[in-house]
Structure formats: structure tokens, C-alpha cells
Design a protein around this ligand. Structure first.
Ligand code: FAD
Length: 463
């Protein structure tokens, strides 16, 4: 008899919206073992599993799902870790709906298998059960590799090479490791204890970590390279863009990077235990429509704002944020002002932001990105009150490393030019990957680039 398939994913227990807007605790609570098994049982066990092709790091998804069905959670997490050193992170923030779940065969007729939630379940189960298992580590091969940046790209390169017997040292500019996972994505979406746990795992493989070390300032790339056989640059895209409209220098105007760093890395949300200055807005507006904008808006709500607006120049359909996060923001009461373009910020005599002048937009023909181009409606100017603005319209790589590294080729947007297949840059013995190469992208794409670079470095150094 054919297996009866439940058309819907098992939903994830979550904190109620009215409750969660008052705290920074994680919103999604994770599957119980029973829910995980029920969800895993929806998998069709395809002979040709497209989901694996949809995963940028090629996790054997059907196999780990099967282990959940058999309640062999140990084997399940081991299977994931063959390809992914950060399963608890990826299970939470990867855009699975655009990757593995998008190509799940079940998704043609019904909702796809909730692969991300199952991955998260296994990672959390392993952490809760006490022992984090370490795979076999090859004996030391005497080769040394420097990694710049401890985000997902750097961590992946470091752990892959450590497993192959390399002596790996990560140099990180900030005082905590993890990159955007630590300073950008808020606690309520990705608890920092989880990132710390994953960083500790990488350190347990023998990887050394130097914090507060700004490559390009503390030492240049070339000086460091004198001490290592190879270098990987995974310095991310931490330079924020602004709208370049009048009034952006008013008090109360932040880049999303600054706003989220003050809140997450510098623990501004735990005032007064931490005395990081961070504006507690009454009416906040966030410019942009991606994950960074959603995170900023939901942070402003939790910091006590009465009203938070997302101001976005296109419509809901074109928003790049994950649908799940848009829905979470809607449930929490964030107000979405679509087809709206800020054109000027106004302030009082003391230099504090008071109002935003905006223009209404309409959608025209698709542009280069394939999304319909927003076109201003002449004479539609209007003003909205706001005492804080967070600009979340994008980032590019910081120019410090390219500026201090002769011969390192850089693209138009300041990104380091590197081979898509190997991460090799224009300089010998230097590889690069993640946001520093692609511009702001995703955790899993940074990890995918890290994996390819690690394999290329191994190939080059092992002759
Ligand atoms: P990063 O994570 O940026 O790490 C780079 C590291 O290099 C940083 O720690 C930085 O301090 C360090 N560094 C920089 N310069 C130097 C230097 N000169 N010397 C030493 N160290 C240096 N992606 C998703 O997939 N899902 C999401 O839900 C999601 N949400 C996001 C929310 C926010 C608020 C932000 C900002 C990004 C989000 N992203 C999301 C994107 C994702 O986090 C990034 O694409 C990913 O972290 C890039 O990894 P990376 O290793 O290339 O760089």
C-alpha cells in the first residue's frame, strides 16, 4: 500500500508574539524527538535525491533523515558533520526554502520536508546529550595555514584543514569569534551560546584563534604570509552602505551594522548590566527589505519602541528577506511601508532626528536583478515621524586588506577577485571566499566557498 504523506510540515513550536517582543530569547523552540521523527517520516526517500544537489555543502540529507526515522540521532548528526561543521547555525539561519527544500520532490505537490528544522534538531540533540563527537584528525603534516576572519567561511576552511593535519591559526579583528553570526544576527534568532559552542568545536580540532587582531593593521598580509605556507581571507563584507540622502549625519541614524553590533556583540540589550549606548527609540524606521532589515526592526521592538516601520521601495513580493522572518516580523507588529523611498531626514536644533521625508513609488519593468523596478510617483512626498533610523540596504567588503596588500585584485564593488572553483586570488599562496568575494550573501554560500578553498589549499600544499 502506498505511504500516506502528510501534506504539511510539522510546525515548529515558537514563543507567542506578545511574549517574545519583550525578550531576546530564541523565538523558535525546536522540534521534540517525536516531532522530528514525524517530520522525517514525510521523506519519500528518493532514489535520486535532488535535495543533496540543492545543498551548497552537499550534505547526505536522505541518510540523516533516515537516521532520525530510526531514532539513531547519533548516526544522524555524524552524517551531517561529515560535510558541515556548523549544523546548529545552518539549521537555524540557512535559506533552505531556496536550496535543499526548494528542490525536495515532495514540495511539487505538498510542503517539502522541513530539512532545516531536522538539521537543527540533531545539532541541538547532540549538544543536550553532552558529548560533541570529534571526527578523526589526520596526523600533523607540518604545514601552516593562516585564516583571516572567523565567520562561517573562515571557520569552515579552518576545520577542514585541521582535520587534514594542518596547523591552522585564525586571526579575528573583533574580541569574539563567529563573524556576522556573533555581531550581526540577533540572539532571538541565533543564540550566541550556539555560535560559541560551534567555535569551541573548531578549536577542539586544534585550530588556534587570535582575537583583536586586525590583519592589515596589526600585521600586513605579506608579513603574516612570511610565517605561513598559505593564507585564506574570509574577512566578510562589513562596510555598510548608506542612502546618501540629506540628514544621514543626524543623531539617531545608524547603519544596521552599528546598531546590531552594539546590541549583540556589545550586549546593549542587557542595559544597565552592560553600559553600551544604544538609542531606545519610540518610533523607529528601518530602511531595506532583507534579513538584516528584519533583524534590525525586531531588535528595535525588543528594545522598547512603540512603533517600528520597515520602509521598503518595492513590494512584499520583491523583498529578499526569508519569508519566515518576514512573517515573524509581521506577527510581532512591525509595520511595513511598501513602495516607499526615503529622500530626506529632518532633525531638531540639537541635531536629533525627528522626521523622514518619503516618496511613494510604483512598480515598473523588471531591472537587472529580475525584480520590478520601483519608479517614483511625482508629487507624492510625505513625512513620517521617527526618532531612530536604521539603514539596512547592504554592505561591501572593508577596503583595509586590499589597500595594504599589493597585487591583490579587487572588483568594482571592493570585493576580492577569486576563482569560483578554488578561491585562488591573484596572489600566490592566498585564497579567499565568502562575503569578501561575493559581497553580502548567505552563511551556507560562505561555508561552501570555504570548503572549496580548503580543498584547493590542500591540493596545492600537498603537491
Ligand atoms: P563574516 O561572517 O562577515 O565574517 C568575517 C569576519 O572577518 C568577521 O568576524 C570580521 O570581524 C573579520 N574581519 C574582517 N576584516 C578583518 C581583518 N582585517 N582582520 C581580521 N579579521 C577581519 N545569511 C543567511 O544565510 N541567513 C540569514 O538569516 C542571515 N541573516 C543575516 C542577518 C544579518 C544581520 C547579517 C549582517 C547577515 C545575515 N546573513 C544571513 C548573511 C551571512 O551572515 C553572511 O553571508 C556570512 O556570515 C558571511 O560569512 P563570511 O565568513 O564570509 O563573513
Amino acid at each position: 500500500m502506498a505511504k500516506r504523506i502528510d501534506p504539511k510540515k510539522r510546525s515548529m513550536p515558537k514563543q507567542e508574539p506578545f511574549e517574545r517582543v519583550r525578550n531576546f530569547d530564541e523565538v523558535a523552540l525546536g522540534y521534540t524527538p517525536e516531532l522530528a521523527q514525524e517530520e522525517a517520516s514525510r521523506c519519500l526517500g528518493c532514489k535520486k535525491p535532488h535535495c543533496v544537489e540543492g545543498c551548497p555543502v552537499g550534505i547526505d540529507i536522505p541518510r540523516f533523515v533516515q537516521h532520525i526515522i530510526e531514532r539513531d540521532f547519533n548516526a544522524g548528526i555524524r552524517k551531517i558533520k561529515e560535510r558541515n561543521a556548523l549544523p546548529a547555525v545552518c539549521g537555524r539561519v540557512c535559506p533552505q526554502e531556496e536550496q535543499c527544500e526548494k528542490v525536495c520532490v515532495l514540495g511539487k505537490k505538498h510542503e517539502p520536508v522541513a530539512i532545516g528544522r531536522l538539521e537543527r534538531f540533531l545539532a541541538d540533540w547532540e549538544a543536550a546529550s553532552g558529548g560533541i563527537e570529534k571526527p578523526n584528525i589526520a596526523p600533523p603534516n607540518g604545514r601552516k595555514v593562516a585564516v583571516v576572519g572567523s565567520g562561517p567561511a573562515g571557520i569552515t576552511v579552518a576545520s577542514d584543514l585541521a582535520l587534514l593535519g594542518y596547523e591552522v591559526t585564525i586571526f579575528e579583528a573583533l574580541h569574539e569569534a563567529g563573524g556576522v553570526l556573533t555581531y550581526g544576527i540577533p540572539e532571538f534568532r541565533l543564540p550566541k551560546a550556539i555560535v560559541r559552542r560551534e567555535v569551541e568545536y573548531v578549536k577542539s580540532l586544534g585550530v588556534k584563534l587570535h582575537l583583536d587582531y586586525v590583519v592589515g593593521k596589526t600585521k600586513t598580509v605579506d608579513l603574516l604570509l612570511g610565517e605561513f605556507d598559505a593564507m585564506f581571507i574570509g574577512a566578510g563584507a562589513g562596510l555598510p552602505w548608506f542612502m546618501e540622502i540629506p540628514g544621514e549625519n543626524l543623531n539617531g541614524v545608524y547603519s544596521a551594522n552599528e546598531y546590531l553590533t552594539r546590541c549583540n556583540l556589545m550586549k546593549g540589550f542587557r542595559f544597565p548590566a552592560y553600559d553600551t549606548p544604544l538609542k531606545r527609540a519610540t518610533r523607529a524606521a528601518v530602511f531595506g527589505g532583507g534579513n538584516v532589515a528584519m533583524d534590525s526592526a525586531r531588535t528595535a521592538l525588543r528594545l522598547g519602541a512603540d512603533e517600528v516601520h520597515i520602509v521598503y521601495r518595492r513590494s512584499r513580493d520583491e523583498m529578499p528577506a526569508r519569508l519566515e522572518e518576514v512573517e515573524n516580523a509581521e506577527e510581532e507588529g512591525v509595520i511595513f511601508d511598501y513602495l516607499t523611498l526615503p529622500i530626506r531626514l529632518l532633525g531638531n536644533e540639537q541635531g536629533w532626528l525627528t522626521e523622514i521625508e518619503c516618496l511613494r513609488m510604483e512598480l515598473g519593468e523588471p531591472d537587472d536583478s529580475g525584480r520590478r523596478r520601483p519608479v517614483p510617483i511625482q508629487g507624492s512626498e510625505f513625512r513620517m515621524r521617527a526618532d531612530a533610523v536604521v539603514c539596512a540596504i547592504g554592505n561591501s567588503p572593508n577596503p583595509l586588506i586590499p589597500m595594504t596588500t599589493p597585487g591583490l585584485s579587487v572588483g568594482k564593488k571592493g570585493n576580492i577577485v577569486a576563482s569560483e572553483e578554488t578561491g585562488q586570488t591573484s596572489r600566490e599562496r592566498i585564497w579567499a571566499g565568502g562575503d569578501v568575494v561575493t559581497g553580502a550573501a548567505t552563511v551556507i554560500s560562505a561555508m561552501g566557498a570555504g570548503r572549496k578553498a580548503a580543498s584547493a589549499i590542500h591540493h596545492a600544499l600537498s603537491g
